[in-house]
Write a protein that binds this ligand. Structure first.
Ligand SMILES: [Zn+2]
Length: 346
């Protein structure tokens, strides 16, 4: 005996389990991107875009407007490479930036590619992103937290997003929609002579909200370039607490690997959690914070009242955090007829 174990039993990287894990973990990519570039014929643009994606069975959500393009799509790395190349060939979109995340499944149920009035809805006329704040690189952004500088930090996302994760010391406005931000600002009483730092998930909301702040008199307005998701890749998410809400089936993604303790609590049990659920009662469907124990206790419903509903999605205690799907995935046509007759009554 020389004390050495045969290499084959200890060479971890070559075990089937390890190889399988690598293959599965690296299977898909999720892209997040936007660009404000005038599109002359949004309808035709969206139609071409949709057909290209459909031909390849790709899923995601894309909004097109005369102000530009905003989207998120998922697929294999090869498919995403092809998609990015296609977009970069469109005149005006040569330098569009893509945030790329890895995911072991496709976090979308369908493909949506449609024309909207705005690619991110602020409901205000005359907001030109070219008049927005100064873009801070992730490195510059991080330096602000590590130097003794005075600034106001604003989380330009909805309250249910900032609840499960945000930067240290951020003001997290109690708003449910992006278009409520101008009203919030009018009432917030923030000093106009102070330096402002703002951030959102991928950067697009700051492109508009920074314009609003400048128009209303703030002079030193700065925004995190590429948002939280880009910062996570470049600066390992330092000074970000909790997780980042995303608008796909993942709902939350880790940002700083060293800071993943849940910031929020389960609405049913009070335990720490960063998991969201859509209430299993189809007539409620409320997005609420829910621990695994809470979900089991109320069978995926947000309240005891919702547990009494006749139109509850089936609940499986083994897969508590199933993404919410449209009614036809759970019910047959009777459900639709029922909904219709109810609409007629009300
Ligand atoms: Zn409910």
């Amino acid at each position: 005996m020389n004390g050495h174990t045969p290499a084959s039993t200890h060479a971890k990287p070559f075990t089937l389990k390890y190889v399988k894990r690598i293959l599965i973990d690296m299977t898909y990519q999720v892209l997040l991107y936007y660009q404000f570039t005038p599109i002359e014929e949004p309808q035709a643009f969206a139609k071409d875009h949709r057909e290209w994606l459909k031909e390849r069975s790709l899923l995601g959500r894309i909004y097109v407007s005369d102000e530009g393009l905003n989207g998120t799509v998922a697929g294999t790395p090869e498919q995403m490479e092809e998609y990015m190349a296609m977009v970069r060939e469109i005149p005006g979109f040569e330098s569009i930036e893509f945030k790329i995340d890895e995911c072991d499944y496709i976090p979308f149920a369908k493909l949506t590619c449609k024309v909207r009035k705005e690619i991110v809805a602020l409901h205000e006329e005359g907001v030109d992103p070219s008049e927005g704040g100064r873009h801070l690189s992730p490195e510059e952004w991080r330096a602000h937290f590590e130097q003794d500088e005075d600034f106001i930090l604003i989380d330009v996302r909805n309250d249910y997003e900032s609840k499960i994760g945000h930067f240290e010391g951020a003001i997290c406005p109690p708003v449910e929609n992006f278009y409520d931000f101008p009203k919030w600002l009018d009432d917030a009483g923030l000093p106009k002579d102070k330096k402002v730092l703002m951030y959102c998930t991928g950067g697009i909301r700051c492109e508009k909200f920074s314009v609003v702040m400048k128009k209303k008199g703030w002079e030193d307005v700065n925004q995190l370039h590429g948002g939280i998701l880009n910062y996570a890749k470049k600066e390992q998410g330092k000074h970000f607490l909790g997780k980042c809400f995303v608008f796909d089936d993942r709902l939350a993604v880790p940002i700083d690997p060293d800071s993943q303790d849940p910031l929020a609590t389960c609405e049913i049990t009070g335990q720490p959690t960063d998991h969201y659920l859509n209430c299993a009662n189809m007539e409620c469907n409320r997005l609420f914070l829910c621990s695994e124990e809470g979900a089991k206790a109320y069978e995926g419903c947000c309240s005891e009242a919702c547990m009494k509903s006749e139109v509850r999605r089936p609940f499986d205690p083994d897969t508590v955090y199933q993404p919410f799907r449209k009614w036809y995935n759970y019910f047959d046509d009777d459900f639709k007829q029922r909904s219709k007759s109810r609409e007629q009554v009300s």
